[in-house]
Ligand binder design. Structure first.
Ligand code: DAK
Length: 259
């Protein structure tokens, strides 16, 4: 998997893949090429049986400082419409396997939105999150007004979106935007630890559980409950359900095969 703007290690650890944004001089600004590569790589990893969890990271200074302003500056509304970046973001959102964002430094604009497309966010103490699009005459365009509001609530989302101010990793933790804050030298290790933990479960159960949690974002409670129920029943068709329950009864560790 050879790319220009990202690095991918499909066998970073057993059943864990690593996808690293790699435009360090530009603070990993998300140009169209990079976004296309993320989409392509996630598609491949999602279909790779040896991958159960994906870690998405940048470098210590920046996860991503947002969409590439230099690439966007001269565009008109119709150019943006024709580029149709939403199909790329939608494809990322539809990744079936869990994605853990391991974030250090700047996670701004599209970078913050990319984090929020992930399922779990582990941050270093130096991470900063923000939606500063308002400073350059626009507003969030990849879900920032919606996912951020659901995560941190209306008044905090308003403050971030309307003032463009950044929040620290500690604030992001207190506000419910992220899962954990660790020293900068540990954020990738911590993400890996969580990835290994999730990768030890039944991958089918993990996939359906992820799908069910995400369903709660765009359905009423009753519809979501029916959806959950169908996925729950379906898991009783897997060998992993028998293995998991028998292992419990036999007081041994389950070995999930993904069948
Ligand atoms: N785009 C392009 N280049 C960027 C960049 C960005 N977002 N952020 C940083 N860079 C570049 C800088 O221009 C600089 O390049 P050189 O001058 O060295 O060539 C280099 O990275 C280092 O940056 P600085 O010199 O500025 O570094 P500092 O430490 O002084 O400042 C900073 C770091 C992160 C505070 C600052 O760079 C900054 O404010 N960056 C811009 C942050 C920002 O406004 N982000 C939001 C961008 S708008 C959509 C989906 C998503 C989006 C839109 C549509 N659709 C699906 C339709 C998303 C939009 C956005 O994210």
């Amino acid at each position: 998997m050879d790319y220009e703007f990202i690095q991918v290690e499909p066998r970073f650890a057993p059943f864990v893949a690593l996808l690293r944004l790699n435009r360090p001089k530009e603070l990993n600004a998300l140009n169209l090429g990079l976004m296309g590569e993320i989409r392509d790589a996630l598609g491949i990893l999602d279909n790779d049986e040896e991958v159960r969890v994906i870690i998405l990271t940048g470098n210590d200074r920046a996860f991503a400082a947002g969409a590439d302003i230099k690439q966007m500056a001269g565009k008109g509304a119709i150019d943006m419409l024709k580029i149709d970046q939403f199909s790329t973001w939608d494809a990322i959102r539809k990744t079936k396997k869990p994605i853990i964002a391991a974030v250090s430094g700047f996670a701004l604009g599209g970078g913050c939105e990319l984090c929020m497309h992930c399922d779990i966010i582990i941050a270093s103490e130096t991470a900063q999150f923000g939606q500063p699009e308002i400073n350059i005459g626009v507003m969030p365009g990849a879900g920032g007004t919606q996912r951020l509001t659901r995560a941190v609530g209306k008044v905090k989302a308003m403050e971030m979106v309307l003032t463009g101010s950044f929040i620290s990793a500690q604030e992001a933790l207190q506000w419910g935007l992220i899962n954990k804050v660790v020293p900068v030298e540990l954020y990738l290790d911590e993400a890996l630890k969580m990835a290994v933990e999730i990768a030890s479960k039944s991958p089918i159960a993990v996939q359906l559980a992820k799908e069910s949690v995400l369903k709660s974002f765009d359905s009423h409670l009753q519809e979501g409950l029916y959806f959950e129920r169908k996925n729950f029943y379906m898991l009783f068709a897997t060998e992993d359900q028998k293995e998991g329950m028998n292992a419990f009864i036999e007081k041994r560790k389950a070995a999930f095969s993904g069948k």
